[in-house]
Design a protein around this ligand. Structure first.
Ligand SMILES: Cc1cc2nc3c(=O)[nH]c(=O)nc-3n(C[C@H](O)[C@H](O)[C@H](O)COP(=O)(O)OP(=O)(O)OC[C@H]3O[C@@H](n4cnc5c(N)ncnc54)[C@H](O)[C@@H]3O)c2cc1C
Length: 442
């Protein structure tokens, strides 16, 4: 049996950032092992629905490994496999953990090998929700694709090439982040794309009708069709037809499904406390079992609501949380007693030439104040104001990194924004002017 001081189980996005934090804080060679079922060391997963798809056919260079290994997305060193070996970190790729015995501090690999640890970090991430889980007829047919890892990306890129030779029609199921980004990628790859989703607008969880309309106009201009308010009811394997609730059907050579994700918690059921569907942790990312920590998509941590100030356990399937929580667990394990994890929700996306950031929350009962060049789809955004004009969320399209930092500080500082005349508002004009006014208030 191999023994390690620390094992990171699930060498995905968070693992690379945990390794960096361990190395920066003087981990000794031989103390850390990372285990992943993927054949690659940690990489920046968000690239899969952006450069990985767009680059192959678009005007940018394709994103391909080793180009996007962590921690390039977080402004750090590119940690290729040699980086880990130079630092004395064991990285077990192609190694699936099939049993986690937390009472005895032992992990069993699919090969039968057993590894023991003193401290364990769980970063098993999430997997795509599959339409087979809902019993959708035909959802197990070939021609349906999901996107979570490089293997999925490679299969999809090959399918795009084949579909171009065979009618060039694609359907994307889902109007959230993945659906929006994949639709843009497939369209840029030369496919004729139709999106099908049950909501009344794209990314309805975040975008107001006004914001969504800007992106929908862009998608329309790119030839992407949208079937809104429609749930897919089945797939027909003969000619790749997709049918939806109102009884109509579409021909498609390729269907990509992006309808959410499920945290990978099954190995730990009955052994760890669960919250919000994930592994419950405290502000040090420590779970209910001593010496076991959880980070990234799988962790449910105490999150303070910007709007209400209430604390509840929440999961965040976003790369910034994965990076920060990984570093938090590493510091906690090394006895550095970091202050409790204090996370401000942050989302971003890039579609075609557009790129947006969002900080905080967008509660339905907040006042949404739009600003900027929305008709031109240039620099524009929205502020969500809660009780007393408190800024609880901010969205910005087309700003710079400095502008994003201003938004972040403004939301983190819970700035009060007067909505009456003279305050920030729709009349405030350009996106740049609003950012400047926020900056002046900090
Ligand atoms: C296509 C795509 C686009 C995204 N775009 C964005 C974006 O634009 N912005 C953003 O903020 N976030 C984005 N995300 C989300 C972001 O990538 C995740 O939040 C992040 O990857 C979470 O990191 P993690 O380490 O917790 O999990 P993961 O990166 O999923 O890593 C988990 C790892 O654990 C491995 N594993 C699981 N179970 C086992 C086991 N039993 N044995 C061994 N290994 C196991 C998995 O194979 C995987 O390698 C995107 C995600 C996807 C899939």
């Amino acid at each position: 049996m191999s023994s390690y001081k620390i094992i990171f189980l699930g060498g995905g996005n968070a693992a690379g950032y945990a390794a960096r934090a361990f190395v920066e804080n003087c981990l000794k060679a031989g103390e850390l092992a990372i285990i992943t079922e993927e054949p690659y060391v940690a990489y920046e997963r968000p690239a899969l629905s952006k450069g990985y798809l767009l680059g192959e056919f678009g005007r940018w260079c394709a994103a391909r490994l080793p180009g996007f290994h962590t921690c390039v997305g977080g402004g750090g060193e590119r940690q290729a496999p040699e980086w880990y070996s130079e630092k004395g970190i064991t990285y077990l790729t192609n190694s699936r953990v099939v049993k986690a015995d937390l009472a005895n501090k032992a992990l069993t690999l699919a090969s039968g090998e057993v590894l023991s640890y003193e401290k364990l970090i769980i970063g098993t991430g999430a997997r795509p929700t599959r339409l087979t889980e809902f019993g959708v007829p035909g959802a197990d047919l070939g021609g349906l694709f999901y996107l979570r890892d490089v293997k999925d990306g490679d299969v999809l890129v090959a399918a795009v090439a084949a579909t171009k030779e065979a009618g060039g029609k694609a359907v994307v199921i889902g109007g959230g982040y993945i659906g929006m980004e994949v639709a843009a990628g497939l369209s840029s790859s030369g496919l004729s794309v139709t999106m099908v989703f049950p909501e009344d607008r794209i990314l309805s969880r975040l975008l107001t009708p006004q914001l969504a309309a800007v992106y929908e106009r862009l998608y329309d201009a790119k030839g992407i069709k949208m079937v809104k308010g429609a749930k897919v009811t089945g797939f027909d394997g003969v000619d790749g037809k997709v049918s939806w609730r109102c009884g109509q059907s579409l021909d498609a050579g390729l269907v990509v499904v992006g309808v959410g994700a499920r945290p990978n918690v099954e190995l730990f059921q009955g052994q760890l406390e669960i919250a919000a569907g994930g592994i419950k942790v405290d502000g040090q990312m420590a779970t209910s079992v001593p010496d076991v920590y959880a980070v990234g998509d799988v962790a449910a941590f105490p999150l303070t609501s910007v709007a209400s100030g209430e604390v509840s356990y929440a999961r965040q399937e976003h790369v910034t949380h994965c990076r920060l929580s990984a570093a938090q667990a590493a510091k906690a394990i090394l006895g550095l007693s970091p202050p409790p994890y204090d996370y401000l929700p942050f989302f971003y996306s890039r579609v075609f030439a557009l790129s947006w950031v969002f900080y905080g929350e967008a509660p339905a009962d907040a006042t949404a104040v739009h600003f900027g060049d929305m008709p031109e789809a240039k620099c524009f955004g929205c502020l969500w104001l809660g009780a007393g004009g408190k800024l609880v969320g901010a969205f910005l399209e087309g700003g710079s990194a400095d502008d994003a930092a201003v938004l972040k500080a403004a939301v983190a500082g819970r700035l009060t924004i007067p909505t009456e005349e003279g305050g920030l508002g729709a009349a405030a004009g350009s996106g740049a002017a609003v950012v400047a006014q926020l900056k002046a208030k900090l």
